[in-house]
Design a protein around this ligand. Structure first.
Ligand SMILES: Nc1ncnc2c1ncn2[C@@H]1O[C@H](COP(=O)(O)OP(=O)(O)OP(=O)(O)O)[C@@H](O)[C@H]1O
Ligand SMILES: [Mg+2]
Length: 234
């Protein structure tokens, strides 16, 4: 579904990704793990078109995303839940959700889509009139994910969804990722919560200082010393 080949990207003259190749197949949940500053967010941003790669190709179902405007990338079925959630804090939950459903493709099924999101997140339905900025961290993360789902994506990009949340909420969040995947959604998730994310993804890549250092089935990575080595800098 999504293939990155030898992607290079950076900020001005600062290189943040070197020769990154990875693949996400239809129906898979794939993790990208790595320490702070590894380039995980940069990777998500090049996929969703917020940052242009300086080299390599990013192909989604035959379309080169490196040459596609970011609003078109949303229409191709990629939805990005950014690291800091980026909700509109002074808008209601429902208005935030609406903002995710404004692509031409999503507009006709908008009401139905909203119902699906509310079914998935009953808490958001209860709080539809509440200002997004006044909700708890976990509720805001649900709202950010709900908003992404409003565009009816094929591929969901989650950038550290568990960051800053209490352990019990983190567990619920990973359960949600499992359910979304079971429902047929393809997921690419960036996490620092390594042990937990490896229990919900099929495969993962270890990114460190902008390079892929290891890759494999989640269970193998969990069992091997690869992750520990990558974090310890061996
Ligand atoms: N806007 C920017 N301008 C300049 N450098 C940046 C910018 N954003 C990120 N970087 C640098 O690029 C590198 C990769 O950053 P990135 O945010 O992708 O890492 P990350 O793996 O997501 O880290 P974290 O786990 O802390 O979120 C870092 O060295 C960072 O300082
Ligand atoms: Mg990041």
């Amino acid at each position: 579904m999504l293939t990155l080949s030898s992607v290079h990207a950076g900020y001005g003259s600062f290189p943040a990704l070197f020769d990154v190749s990875l693949e996400v197949r239809q129906g898979e949940a794939v993790g990208v793990i790595g320490p702070n500053g590894a380039g995980k967010t940069t990777l998500m941003r090049v996929v969703s078109g917020l940052l242009r790669p300086s080299g390599g190709t990013i192909v989604m179902e035959g379309v080169d995303l490196a040459r596609t405007a970011s609003h078109r990338i949303v229409e191709l079925g990629i939805a990005h839940v950014p690291e800091s959630r980026r909700l509109f804090p002074r808008m209601t939950v429902e208005d935030n959700l609406k903002m995710g459903g404004f692509t031409p493709a999503a507009r006709p099924g908008f009401r139905q889509r909203l119902a699906v999101v509310y079914e998935l997140f009953p808490r958001l339905a209860e709080r539809r009139e509440q200002l997004a900025g006044s909700m708890s961290g976990g509720e805001q993360q649900m709202c950010a994910i709900g908003r992404a789902l409003m565009s009816e994506p094929k591929l969901l990009l989650l950038d550290e969804p568990s960051a800053g949340l209490a352990p019990v909420i983190v567990e619920q969040l990973f359960e949600l990722v499992k359910r979304l995947r079971a429902g047929g959604l393809t997921v690419l998730i960036v996490e620092q919560n390594v042990q937990q994310v490896l229990r919900v993804v099929d495969r993962a890549y270890v990114l460190k200082t902008g390079r892929i250092r290891a890759a494999g089935a989640a269970a193998e990575l969990l069992a091997s010393g690869t992750i520990r080595d990558a974090y310890l800098g061996v």
